[in-house]
Design a protein around this ligand. Sequence first.
Ligand code: LMR
Length: 401
Amino acid sequence: MMNSAFSAVELAPRDPILGLTELFKSDTNPNKVNLGVGVYYDDNGAVPLLGCVKSAETQIVAKQRARSYQPIDGNANYNKLVQTLLFGADSEALDANRIITAQTLGGTGALKVGADFLKQVVGCSDVWISDPSWENHRGIFGNAGLTVNAYPYYDPETRGIAFDRMIEQLKVLPKQSIVLLHACCHNPTGVDLSEDQWRTVVEVVVDRGLIPFLDIAYQGFGSSLDEDGLVVRLFAEKCPSLVISNSFSKSFSLYGERIGGLSIQSATADEAKRVQSQLKRLIRTNYSNPPIHSGALVETVLADSNLKSEWIQELGGMRERIKQMRLDLSTNIAKLCPGADFSFITEQKGMFSYSGLTKEQVIKLREEHSVYAIESGRICVAALNSKNIGFVSEAISKVVI
Ligand code: LMR
């Protein structure tokens, strides 16, 4: 085997999140716990199949539909339902046909198509992401050819937002800089801006002529679908140009179905039409068009008032269970390790907690206790349950002493 074209290919590092799941799978400890990837598990440690999804699937299968290609931007009815969920039924921009949506391959797919659009079509050069942000944001925007910078966000001293520094930074960004913001349940910290702080960010973004890119992958995991969507509506009301990536991986427990959306708000209906035509060109030359099944599942649930109510209830159940796990973890650690205060965990929102564990502690947790966390100290609280929380609390207490 001489002269291989690939002989100089270097081994890439494992993905910091999904690579950890690979490592977890090869661990033979029966007590192992994966607090790495952002996946919601139920109290039995299983990824749930939601009742509303089960019913939708039964309906879809019964129809035995043929499988021709979908339109390039996906299922039109699904796209409309996504818009209503994000912008609200009374959205002025929706009425004015200023918003277009494309069904995408999860939230990640939406981020990639959005990044390609901003780089190739709009001509943007720089994106600003929060410090810290979801590990993959840097990779996605970087691969799209944008320079990735970070604005101050989390203050480890206060375990809150470094808001003044964040605003100071946003105020000096050049016009047309893209600002990536987590609309709710910030990943990885679990620390969100208050409504007043969001209003200030909107003002600065508008004043400076920045392009807001809202990533909303955890709608419903913070407070409620409606409250978690508030940020989208605040921006939509004030910003002529707005880009949004959303994901149903978590809220519908449809991780492997890769279902999300890219929505873009423009200043006029005509502009929106042109934006849509460009998105279609980008998608066509990338993966042609999205798969049918995942969009049909979400469409079926959102279009049926009974199934939608069932979904909202199931989503609420997931949210409340996570809150309980936050409380239990904080209480356990207070008992086991009085010197370590983990009460801040109960204030954080969504699936994640920036636990404050150092890289060394995370490695110890993994190597000595088979408890897997991201090296930044992020843990997925949604992977805790009544059976493993005692074990995890003890393991954490042992590494923080
Ligand atoms: C996470 O942050 O763990 C999730 O969003 C899953 C992923 O794709 O990284």
